[in-house]
Design a protein around this ligand. Structure first.
Ligand SMILES: [Zn+2]
Length: 264
């Protein structure tokens, strides 16, 4: 009888450990990100969003590193697309100074080997954002997409020693860039490969080709963050002119300094 109880207890413990392990793996995939701010405000059921993306992926992520989870906990995942570039080094400095981890969805850029390495060595996540980011090529067919995608994986393997298990579709998974039937087969193949893809549900607007100043960038993040507890913020910080870059850097500092969320 005692042996039976002992065996049952051990089995339950093993089960809990396995669940914990698999959860951690998922969390690690999303990756070394950060818990920025714990809000005391209650949840608001109204969701205001300029563009809503793949909510199911976002909502399922619970920040297990936080001692006590409750619904009012705000988690922000800072994501930087389309790099790396020289600007990435500035972003890395800011993140290091603020002790914050980000996720970089990268493409191939020549002469940036050291920057890919630094992103990884600094403890940030790297995700595959395709080699070329060329919509007309990658969304032509499933084989065209994965040829491009695998090309970046091979490159990253040679630079950082592994191919990422997270990715983001150029243009997002449901913004209409990828035709629906293609997107279905692409996501199916990714699932088969064990790759998680992430969209975003908040953005600073610098991906939309307008020259926004610092206040506009902040307003955009605030507006697209309203009433959401889990944020995946999209930023490029790659293509701006010098003034824009400074605006974006200030926004980033503001974000990681947790200031913005006291106004939401
Ligand atoms: Zn992109």
């Amino acid at each position: 009888m005692i042996n039976f109880r002992l065996a049952t207890t051990l089995l339950v413990l093993l089960f809990i450990i396995l669940i914990g392990f698999s959860y951690k793996t998922l969390e690690e995939k999303l990756c070394n990100n950060l818990v920025l701010y714990v809000s005391n405000e209650p949840l608001n059921s109204k969701v205001t969003s300029i563009r809503s993306f793949n909510q199911a992926v976002n909502i399922n992520i619970t920040p297990r590193k936080t001692p006590v989870y409750n619904e009012s906990l705000k988690v922000v995942y800072l994501t930087f697309d389309d790099g790396p570039s020289q600007n990435t080094l500035t972003i890395l400095d800011i993140l290091k100074e603020k002790n914050v981890k980000g996720t970089f969805f990268v493409n191939y850029h020549p002469n940036c080997d050291a920057i890919y390495k630094k992103i990884h060595e600094d403890g940030h996540a790297i995700g595959n954002h395709t080699y070329s980011h060329d919509f007309s090529r990658i969304y032509q067919s499933e084989s065209a997409f994965f040829e491009d995608y695998d090309k970046l994986n091979s490159y990253l393997q040679s630079i950082i020693g592994f191919a990422p298990d997270i990715m983001r579709f150029p243009g997002g998974s449901n913004t209409g860039y990828g035709k629906n039937d293609i997107m279905k087969s692409l996501t199916k193949e990714l699932k088969t490969r064990g790759i998680e893809y992430f969209d975003w549900n908040s953005l600073n607007g610098d991906a939309e080709g307008q020259a926004l100043n610092r206040n506009q960038l902040i307003e955009k993040v605030k507006h697209t963050s309203l009433n959401k507890n889990k944020l995946i913020v999209l930023m490029l910080i790659q293509i701006q002119n010098k003034v824009q870059l400074i605006h974006c850097q200030k926004l980033l500092i503001t974000l990681v300094a947790k200031v913005i969320f006291s106004h939401l």
